[in-house]
Design a protein around this ligand. Structure first.
Ligand SMILES: [Mn+2]
Length: 364
């Protein structure tokens, strides 16, 4: 397993980290791509980016995801008539046949099999009983070890950055062009969304160099930005309700809000309309930590945790069985919302009292 949390990105990028993954891909004829449930621009963009590159290599490729695609990313699939996204159902015989025939199952943008829902059990049993290999390409902290080849590099701004590096290294190794405009649109979407439109701390010169190359390949940034970020009127109403319910704690260092079932009903919206809300929360000048609590239909409370600077907010998520990045993490609690808020706020207050840098985590 290759897992890294250093900033020696340049050194690694051009060395042989991709060798095993390129071999695994070369040895596979049929490849299934997937990403985490409640997929985002990075997971979906990485799938699209890799799909067309693998197709150029003559592979049979399928995209089989655990959950539906959010509306603002549908353009990624609609624009390319030959690209079909399947939403996995364990009862669907066609889906099972695809998995049975596959040589390689590639998990993108998560390093935890819990996050691929019902696909988890079936791919693990195929990995045990047949020739199915599992690969993983991701940039979150704390990778699980389930993959035959795991590339989990948390210095990367997005999984899309790693997909670019993989294709780039495959081109050099195989000495043939693989990139095309369709791949470029996927990777650009991945980079743009996971870097908050090229402004989060991991937006390195390399990220901008990749973006430049993608634009040379025909990507139109303003078009992609509009497709991803324009929102329907209803979603704007939900944002309004959510924002007017913001609370501050610890002299304004913590900001949080709760999106109730009633807010969803009142505005005819759903979970996928909540994506932008954490960003608004984080733009309050006084805060170090922001939390968006969301009441789910099944009675769980889902929370999106955000932090600035060297606050390892993923440590709070981990305490409740979740995970993520240093500055963006998530978890779920099976508690009434008032209780979930109380429990999580106590943990955050504790975290803010501790020294921010944990030497243990620096060694990851
Ligand atoms: Mn990502």
């Amino acid at each position: 397993m290759l897992s890294q949390d250093t900033s020696s990105a340049d050194q690694e990028r051009y060395s042989d980290i991709w060798g095993d993954m390129i071999t695994l891909i070369s040895e596979s004829e049929t490849i299934v791509l997937t990403t985490h449930e409640n997929s985002d621009g990075d997971g979906l963009g990485s799938e699209v980016g890799l799909y067309f590159a693998l197709e150029n290599l003559g592979k049979r490729v399928h995209i089989l995801n655990p959950t539906e695609i959010p509306k603002n990313y549908e353009f990624l699939f609609e624009a390319f008539g030959d690209l079909e996204l399947l939403v996995f159902s364990p009862e669907n015989q066609d889906h099972l046949a695809i998995l049975n025939d596959a040589d390689l199952f590639l998990v993108l943008d998560t390093n935890s099999l819990q996050r691929i829902g019902a696909l988890k059990d079936i791919v693990l049993s195929l990995q045990k009983s047949s020739a199915l290999k599992i690969g993983c390409i991701d940039h979150h902290l704390d990778p699980q070890s389930f993959a035959d080849v795991m590339i989990c590099l948390s210095y990367a701004s997005a999984t899309g950055e790693l997909i670019y590096d993989l294709i780039y290294n495959s081109e050099s190794l195989l000495k043939r062009p693989i990139f095309n405009q369709k791949s470029a649109i996927g990777i650009y979407t991945a980079l743009m969304t996971d870097t908050g439109s090229f402004r989060f701390p991991k937006t390195t010169p390399h990220v901008h160099q990749i973006a430049a190359k993608l634009i040379e390949l025909g990507v139109e940034p303003s078009k992609i930005h509009k497709q991803v970020y324009s929102i329907p009127y209803n979603a704007m109403k939900l944002i309004g309700l959510a924002i007017s319910s913001i609370h501050l704690e610890m002299n304004g260092k913590i900001a949080y809000l709760l999106i109730t079932r009633q807010m969803f009903q009142q505005t005819s919206t759903s979970r996928s309309d909540t994506e932008k809300i954490a960003e608004y929360l984080m733009s309050i000048s006084s805060i170090d930590v922001g939390v968006v609590f969301i009441e789910e239909e099944d009675g769980n409370v889902k929370m999106s945790l955000r932090s600035h600077g060297d606050i390892y907010i993923n440590r709070v998520a981990k305490k409740f069985g979740g995970g993520g990045h240093k500055n963006a993490a998530g978890c779920k609690l099976k508690l009434p919302s008032y209780k979930a808020i109380q429990t999580v706020l106590t943990e955050i207050q504790q975290l803010l009292k501790e020294p921010y840098l944990n030497p243990e985590e620096k060694q990851l």
